[in-house]
Design a protein around this ligand. Structure first.
Ligand code: ZN
Length: 309
């Protein structure tokens, strides 16, 4: 199943911001051109409730977003993520989309899911960051645990940027199995995700950070990807989240990586096969970053194909 539609499309920033509201339409045009809308069930999003958002985010931060969403002024962080009127509702709809897709999977109505405008991996428990207001993946992990009693959940991230909001949100949590291949933080925002960052305390070893150099192409991905699959096999997660940021594809305006979109389809297909091998089949893909519209359309349509193959 795929969550899409006008409500989800609203999440974006005005005035020529790279994360504009046209990203959904760019994906949707390619998705329908490939006939994928006839292969999967489409659903409209729902709003995440305050209670659901509070499983990950602090009440103080939620209050701040609510307040700036009315005024529509200022920034939600140090200057990457501007406030606009209605931003709270739009961001809650993104989280609701990821929760809805998780519920469809957990309740057996869908085997896999994909949400194009989601995977907002930079948002911290207590603040916005890097175009991300609420961290839908972080909330989904917490809600899947509470609502369905899942113990071990995997988060895999192939966006060019390190998924710092998820990583630091669960750094000391041994049950969040984390694997992230990203452009080396010496060259790209947010600057984190060194190979030595492998989890703290009881979580030591449950986190796998793989920084790759600027210009990394498919051959680099091919060399590193088996480590991600081995990491997941070791911990046998009961649910797999994939953040499939398309900004790791060559030609993105704000990163320096050089994958082709084939990487994204390959990652989705391999994770779907792994989830089947683990006996549950549960994989939920999110679009994440990606600021070249052609790239995101290709990469995310490939993810849908990989998850449904
Ligand atoms: Zn990114």
């Amino acid at each position: 199943m795929v969550v899409a539609g006008e409500r989800l499309a609203r999440y974006g920033f005005p005035d020529g911001h790279p994360f504009g509201q046209d990203r959904h339409a760019a994906f949707y045009a390619e998705f329908t051109a490939r006939g994928l809308d006839r292969r999967v069930r489409l659903m409209e999003t729902r709003a995440a409730t305050r209670e659901e958002l509070e499983t990950f985010h602090t009440p103080q931060y939620l209050d701040l977003v609510a307040e700036r969403s009315i005024s529509g002024e200022g920034f939600l962080d140090a200057g990457d993520t501007p406030a606009w009127r209605g931003v709270y509702a739009a961001a809650a709809d993104v989280v609701g989309a990821t929760l809805l897709a998780s519920e469809e999977i957990m309740e057996g109505r869908a085997r896999r899911g994909f949400v194009p405008i989601a995977g907002l991996h930079h948002a911290a428990r207590g603040g916005a960051a890097g175009f991300c207001v609420f961290n839908d993946c972080g909330v989904a992990v917490e809600v899947l645990r509470r609502k369905y009693g899942l113990k071990r959940i995997a988060y895999v991230d192939i966006d060019a940027h390190h998924g710092d909001g998820v990583f630091y949100g669960f750094e000391s949590d041994p049950d969040l199995i984390f694997a992230d291949i990203h452009e080396d933080g010496q060259f790209l925002y947010p600057g984190t995700g060194r190979a030595e960052e492998s989890g703290r305390g009881a979580a030591e070893g449950t986190k796998l950070n793989i920084p790759v150099p600027p210009g990394a192409d498919d051959s680099v991905f091919e060399a590193e990807w088996p480590r991600v699959l081995a990491h997941l096999r070791k911990y046998q997660p009961e649910f797999i989240l994939l953040q499939a940021g398309a900004d790791s594809v060559e030609g993105d305006p704000i990163t320096h990586m050089r994958y082709t979109a084939a990487v994204h389809e390959r990652a989705a297909r391999d994770l779907a096969a792994l989830a089947d091998e683990l006996g549950h089949g549960r994989v939920l893909g999110t679009g994440g970053g990606g600021y070249n519209r052609i790239n995101l359309a290709q990469a995310w349509s490939g993810v849908v194909q990989g998850l449904t193959s």
